[in-house]
Design a protein around this ligand. Structure first.
Ligand code: T5A
Length: 219
């Protein structure tokens, strides 16, 4: 069986990843592709428990920055081995909301950890699995944060531990994502989401079809 494709969505908070993963998944399914959507941290029962620990401080003790890195990577190791690789082997296309580039942007550019060290521990966690394509949704920090504020006020929810980080942290990680994408143009598509979601969806769809033409034709 032909291996599926692994497509990751990355970007700052409120950039629209969940929205555009859903729209792309619907489009691909309409073209006969078997699609699974998933997210990080999370994607497995263990990963979802780790997500709770990372975002909501259930234990009453926030993780120190090194523990934070290792928790994201523990979630990723479980996710890759028990969900992503088996789905790809069955021929599914996996659309994943955040993956390794979030670690490089948030824990590298945001928290200041050495990128080389992060890459090494990340390879250990993923056992070398890399995305075939990454869609970076770029949004300016203010717009992204405004979107989340609106959502929290609609849902009567509160910002999580990482959303509450200062503006400088969010500015650094946004720049980090752009730099990572700039250095790997073969893997990345960069799309600005500072406009209507319908326009963004068309741009993503066209770009994915262009990059994945051969694989799509075979579905
Ligand atoms: N993290 C994660 C790390 O620090 N290191 C890591 O290694 C990993 C994997 C994950 C957190 O963990 C951190 C990063 C994050 O802080 P999360 O809940 O998954 O937490 O948070 P986010 O990934 O940031 O997801 P969000 O839910 O906050 O935002 P999305 O998914 O980017 O945005 P979405 O689609 O929910 O849209 C936000 C709102 O904007 C509106 C939408 O209607 C929605 O209300 N909107 C648009 N959406 C899309 N396109 C447009 N043009 C839109 N205009 C308005």
């Amino acid at each position: 069986m032909r291996r599926g494709k692994f497509i990751t969505f990355e970007g700052p908070e409120g950039s629209g990843k969940s929205t555009h993963i859903r729209l792309l998944a619907d489009f691909l399914r309409g073209h006969g592709v078997d699609v699974k959507t998933t997210r990080e941290p999370g994607g497995t029962a263990l990963g979802e428990s780790i997500r709770g620990l990372l975002q909501h401080n259930h234990s009453g003790e926030a993780p120190v920055s090194r523990a934070e890195v290792l928790l994201f990577l523990a979630s990723r190791a479980q996710h890759v081995e028990s969900f992503i690789r088996p789905a790809l082997a069955q021929g599914c296309w996996v659309l994943c909301d955040r993956f390794e580039d979030s670690t490089f942007a948030y824990q590298g550019y945001g928290r200041g950890f050495d990128l080389g060290e992060l890459r090494s521990v990340n390879i250990f966690a993923t056992d070398g699995l890399c995305p075939d394509l990454t869609v970076l949704l770029d949004v300016d920090t203010e717009t992204g944060r405004d979107r989340l504020k609106q959502r929290h006020s609609l849902n009567a929810s509160a910002p999580d531990r990482i959303e509450r980080e200062c503006d400088e942290f969010h500015l650094r990680l946004r720049e980090g994502f752009l730099e990572i994408a700039h250095n790997d143009p073969q893997r990345f598509i960069v799309v600005s989401t500072n406009r209507a979601a319908s326009e963004v969806a068309v741009e993503i769809r066209d770009a994915v079809c262009a990059r994945m033409k051969e694989a799509l034709d075979a579905c």
